[in-house]
Ligand binder design. Structure first.
Ligand code: 0L1
Ligand code: MG
Length: 256
């Protein structure tokens, strides 16, 4: 018996993003499981690297109960970030590049020296050089933003774009900082960094562990998106979005 055509699935997802056209879910039809889905994700991102993009980091997904409930999937997942996904703080994102974009407030880490595979992160401040407020723009390539766990993993965990605000030295505590997502100056979501696995620092342990299972090692200088502190909100053209994290400041973008 042959397994799913991993390269073919990556091509379908890549084309959906290129053509800004949603596709039906793939996993149920093809028998894609979680391990194979990470192989599709690797091929999908490799397709981008083949066009000259660079890998610049890793993102965690579904690290909060609010996010899990929003999409009906209940496992922490991870995806890859490339340089083309990064939007400067205060910059503009063209929403016509995306199918049904949503934004969510996150905490970003600038990675320093990481432990060897299999070793736990000892001192967080050895592993992380700086922290920042961030916005992630997610965009599922599946119709109606509906997917199963292997589907969303294969789709690079809905990664679309991201903005990182000003970097600060790691503060004493990160586990219960207030988080706001504002759209056009109005509060759209309120949360706390406690929603990110109880403490966003845990997301780094999970990222190292889960990515390590697939042979991916986090690198010094990479950006690590620890996960969203609230549910995501739809992004429409013309919106001005700001994510504010207590002690860390804010990150913003404008949608055109
Ligand atoms: O970053 C995230 O939490 C997104 C993970 C994928 C699920 C979704 O598209 O909301
Ligand atoms: Mg996210």
């Amino acid at each position: 018996m042959t397994g799913p055509d991993l390269a073919g699935l990556a091509e379908q997802l890549g084309r959906a993003a290129d053509d800004v056209t949603a596709i039906p879910q793939l996993a149920a039809e093809t028998g894609l499981d979680v391990d194979a889905a990470y192989a599709v994700q690797a091929a999908l991102v490799q397709r981008r690297l083949g066009r000259g993009e660079r890998l610049v980091g890793l993102k965690m997904g579904l690290t909060s109960k609010a996010k899990m409930a929003q999409v009906g999937v209940d496992e922490v997942i991870w995806g890859r970030l490339t340089d083309l996904m990064r939007v400067p703080d205060g910059g503009t994102v063209d929403v016509s590049r995306f199918i049904h974009p949503r934004v969510e407030p996150e905490v970003a880490f600038l990675l320093d020296r990481l432990p060897e595979p299999g070793e736990p992160v000892g001192d967080f401040t050895d592993a992380v050089r700086a922290v920042a407020p961030a916005i992630e723009l997610i965009d599922s390539r599946y119709a109606n933003f509906r997917f199963s766990l292997p589907d969303v993993i294969a789709d690079n965990t809905s990664a679309g774009a991201f903005v990182v605000g000003p970097w600060s030295p790691v503060p004493d505590g990160l586990e219960n900082l207030g988080v706001l997502l504002e759209v056009d100056g109005r509060v759209a979501q309120v949360g706390s960094t406690a929603a990110i696995l109880g403490d966003p620092r845990r997301a780094l342990d999970e990222g190292i562990r889960l990515a390590g299972r697939h042979g991916v090692r986090l690198r010094e200088g990479w950006v690590f998106l620890a996960g969203a502190a609230t549910a995501a909100v739809p992004l429409r053209a013309g919106a001005q979005v700001r994510a504010v994290v207590e002690k860390l400041g804010s990150a913003s973008l404008r949608a055109s």
